[in-house]
Structures are given as structure tokens and as C-alpha cells.
Design a protein around this ligand. Structure first.
Ligand code: ADP
Ligand code: MG
Length: 463
């Protein structure tokens, strides 16, 4: 058969579709007509392919004349329309619809979602408070926000994994859960699971602990994590150094990623900065997109408070909002905490909110201490009876080394400065700073005398 107008066959067919769209019910049109693929036409016939075997009889039986007439109205010729079933096309469609799952037209082929939103919500571990709707976007979190939206709209397709990192209280958990909520609402066919790395570690430990049932338990564990479509792991840095957990994260990651499932991770630092994290996990965590969240600027902090004020139904004057946003500059959790104390006070006492009583409520001290690295080093040195120079030097004597680690730890805790900034001040490698910080933090859990020293030094610094 001669192929006459192949170039414009798409335009011709689009015109035919326009005519048909007006005559045929929407569901039939989208389900059966729209997926047809025009192949060629000549003086006698117009050939279209379908990937749905059933369409051949259905269209011939019920809509044949309409299609012929529509072609005629466009080409001014009465042609025989051949609807031919095409197996290749069928495979192509099957692949596509797998990826698209339930967003497809439900009308004539209702696709029952695997899960309903309520069950989904219950099994997902998500907190209702953390949605996109109440996440304030500022320049500090724009990248993470845009990436999170992309992932929520097209899970598994673009940034995989999405790795969100930043300091404490800056919205990492919030934005990660927002992805989960969005997907549960818009893609009820997908299973979402949110878990903290700590819970993941516990799960591994428990599964491994049960003597003879170990294999069974491990299988159960693996099934739980590997059958999800979207896995959200919060504070992933907590798996570092736990060999069996790292192993399970590695395997879970590979299975899910290989199957095109979405993984989202949060952490207080980049993968490379997680001490003793295996290279193979570092590289996998870096595969997708790494987005950081910074400390929000004053406008963003005020916007967050204004939103909270709206929700709380309590009149909070602007100057109070501004005051709180100025005082709590580096941690939104603390900012929110202060705000909640203030509104709780206002609702109980029915007194108007003034800067003065707000200061009392939040225990604000006029001479708010500004922590400096130098100030911290001086106090640590004097506590250990050594000089500031020793601390900044490189002696490895046990006492000086401990003092140095404590100084590094307190610098991070009190100033909230970044690890690189602390490294610059102490003139030490980034890894040394991270190592020292983590070592002290870990030790503090069990070492009473160290904890006592740190309390004493902190009291001196904050005096
Ligand atoms: P992180 O996980 O980084 O420690 P969270 O996600 O727990 O921090 O956030 C701490 C608190 O601050 C939460 O109550 C969260 O809702 C709030 N928060 C953080 N960022 C924002 C934001 N951009 N807009 C609104 N609230 C925020
Ligand atoms: Mg968190």
C-alpha cells in the first residue's frame, strides 16, 4: 500500500480526534479512542493500531460509522477504517501503565487502589502536622522544597534517593513527611513507609536477636521494607558504625532502587561527613540529589510564626512575632517551642502580650550571651588547667586531647556553627572535627565524669 501523506498523518488524526471527542462519551473516548495510533492512509483506507485487543470489536461494533464519518469530514473522502490489534503496542502500553498505575483513567476500567488513604496513613507512621501546606518556603530551604515536590509528584522517577541534610530543628523531618502525605493523598496505590533510622536499627537488632527464628524474622524484616513503594528514613546518620544495620540498609536500598521505588533520606550532615559510613553506602546516598536546608532568615522565621499564629486563633502582635524571630535564630523547633509557651500563657492569663511579659515567659536574659570559639576555648583550658594554645595545638597527651575534643564539642553545641567553620578556627581537618564531636557525644551517654566536666564548663561559659 502506498504511503501518501505520512508527514501529516498526525495532524489528520488529531483533527479526527477533535471531531470524535464531541460525539463519543468521555470515558469511551479516553479509554479506547485516544490510545489508537494512526499508521498510514491512502485513497482507500485509513489504518490505525490499537494495543487493546478488545478495542477492535468494540469500536467496529459501536462506533465504526462515527469514525468513518469523522475521517471523511477531515479528508473529504470516504475511506475504509481498519482497526488492527498490535501486540508490540500492547506491550508498550503495559509497561507505561505499570509506571503510571492508578493515575490512569478509572472510568471504564476501575482500578481498585491497593490501599485506601486511611489504612495508608495508619501504616505509614506519618504525623499529620507535617504537610507541604504548612511548610514555609524561604531561600534557606528552597532547593529541598522543590526537590521534595518533584519527588512527591513523580516518585521513583527523578531524584533517587533524595538526600536532605541540615542542622537540628530546620525542617528535615517535616519536609520528608510532607512527601509521604502528598503521595498517600494522590497515589493511593503506593505504599509509603516513614521510619527513623533508630527504629530501623532496633528492627534489625530485634530480628537478629531471636535465636532459632532468626531466618524467619530476617525474612519478615526484609519483606516489610522491600515491599514499600516509598521509603522515608529519617536521621540516617544514626546507622553509622552499626555493621549489620548498614548491611540491611544497603540491601534494602539496592532492592528498592533497582525496582524504581523512591527512597528519601535525611541527615544532619552529608554522606561523606558521616564517620565510618561505608564507601558503598556513601556512593549510593550520593546517587540522586543532595539538598541542604540552612538556617532561615528573619523573614522566613516571622512567616513561620505568623502561620502558627493564624492556626492558634490567638492574637499575637507583630512586634512579638518579630521579637521571638530575632531571639530564636537558628532552630525552628526552639522558635516554635517559645511561641507555644507564649500563646499558652496568653490564653490562660488573658493579659495582653507585651515584649516585657514575653521576656519573662521565655526566660530571656537581656545580656544574652554570645558564644565565641575563643570564649569556649578559654573556659575549657582553665577547667583542664592548660592553656588555650595547648587546645589549639597538636599535642596528643590524653588530657590535652580530651580538652580539645570537649572544646570542639561545645563549640558546635553552643555556637551552632558549621563543622567547616569550627575546623577553620581550630585549624584541624574536617574529619578530625567530626570525629571529636561524635566521640564526646557518644561518650556522654555512659561517661558520668565527662558529663560532669561538661556541665561545669558550660555553667562557667554561660554565667
Ligand atoms: P529537623 O528534622 O530538621 O530537626 P523538624 O522537621 O522536626 O526539624 O522541624 C522542627 C519544627 O519546626 C517542626 O515543628 C516543623 O514543623 C517546624 N518547621 C521547620 N521548618 C519549617 C518550615 N519551613 N515551615 C514551617 N514549619 C517548619
Ligand atoms: Mg528530624
Amino acid at each position: 500500500m502506498k504511503n501518501m501523506s505520512q508527514e501529516n498523518i498526525i495532524e489528520v488524526w488529531n483533527a479526527v480526534l477533535e471531531v470524535l471527542e464531541k460525539q463519543i462519551s468521555e470515558s469511551t473516548f479516553t479509554t479506547w479512542i485516544l490510545p489508537l495510533e494512526p499508521q498510514y492512509f491512502d485513497d482507500n483506507c485509513f489504518v490505525v493500531h490499537t494495543g487493546q485487543a478488545f478495542a477492535v470489536n468494540l469500536l467496529r461494533g459501536n462506533h465504526y460509522n462515527q469514525i468513518v464519518d469523522a475521517v471523511k469530514s477531515v479528508l473529504n473522502k470516504e475511506l475504509e477504517v481498519k482497526i488492527i490489534f498490535d501486540e508490540e503496542l500492547q506491550k508498550k502500553i503495559a509497561k507505561k501503565s505499570k509506571a503510571r498505575a492508578a493515575v490512569a483513567e478509572p472510568a471504564e476500567q476501575p482500578q481498585k487502589p491497593k490501599y485506601d488513604s486511611l489504612t495508608q496513613m495508619q501504616s505509614s507512621n506519618l504525623n499529620l502536622k507535617y504537610k507541604f501546606e504548612n511548610f514555609v518556603v524561604g531561600s534557606n530551604n528552597k532547593l529541598a522544597y522543590v526537590a521534595a515536590q518533584t519527588v512527591a509528584q513523580k516518585p521513583g522517577e527523578k531524584y533517587n534517593p533524595l538526600y536532605i541534610y541540615g542542622g537540628p530543628g530546620l525542617g528535615k523531618t517535616h519536609i520528608m513527611q510532607a512527601i509521604g502525605h502528598y503521595i498517600i493523598k494522590n497515589r493511593p496505590d503506593l505504599k509509603v513507609l516513614f521510619i527513623t533510622a533508630e527504629e530501623f536499627v532496633n528492627d534489625v537488632v530485634n530480628a537478629l536477636a531471636r535465636g532459632d527464628e532468626k531466618t524467619k524474622n530476617m525474612n519478615k524484616f526484609r519483606k516489610k521494607y522491600r515491599e514499600v513503594d516509598v521509603l522515608l528514613i529519617d536521621d540516617i546518620q544514626l546507622i553509622a558504625g552499626k555493621t549489620r544495620t548498614e548491611e540491611e540498609v544497603f540491601n534494602t536500598f539496592n532492592t528498592l532502587h533497582g525496582a524504581g521505588k523512591q527512597i528519601v533520606l535525611t541527615s544532619d550532615r552529608t554522606p561523606k561527613e558521616i564517620p565510618s559510613l561505608s564507601d558503598r553506602l556513601i556512593s549510593r546516598f550520593e546517587w540522586g540529589l543532595m539538598a541542604d536546608i540552612q538556617v532561615p532568615d528573619i523573614e522566613t522565621r516571622m512567616a513561620i510564626l505568623s502561620n502558627l499564629a493564624k492556626d492558634s486563633n490567638i492574637e499575637v502582635p507583630n512586634n512579638i512575632i518579630e521579637f521571638l524571630a530575632t531571639v530564636y535564630a537558628s532552630n525552628i523547633r526552639e522558635l516554635e517551642g517559645a511561641f507555644n509557651r507564649v500563646t499558652a500563657y496568653a490564653s490562660i492569663n488573658e493579659t495582653p502580650l507585651t515584649i516585657d511579659n514575653v521576656k519573662t515567659i521565655i526566660n530571656y536574659n537581656e545580656k544574652e550571651k554570645v558564644y565565641t570559639f575563643d570564649g569556649i576555648v578559654d573556659e575549657v583550658a582553665s577547667y583542664y588547667n592548660i592553656s588555650a594554645k595547648d587546645i589549639k595545638g597538636s599535642s596528643r597527651s590524653a588530657k590535652i586531647a580530651e580538652a580539645r575534643q570537649v572544646a570542639i564539642y561545645l563549640s558546635r553545641e553552643l555556637t551552632k556553627q558549621s563543622f567547616p567553620a569550627i575546623g577553620d578556627f581550630f585549624d584541624k581537618k574536617h574529619t578530625t572535627i567530626l570525629y571529636s564531636y561524635d566521640k564526646v557525644k557518644e561518650e556522654l551517654k555512659t561517661n558520668k565524669s565527662l558529663s560532669h566536666s561538661i556541665d561545669a564548663i558550660t555553667n562557667q561559659i554561660c554565667k
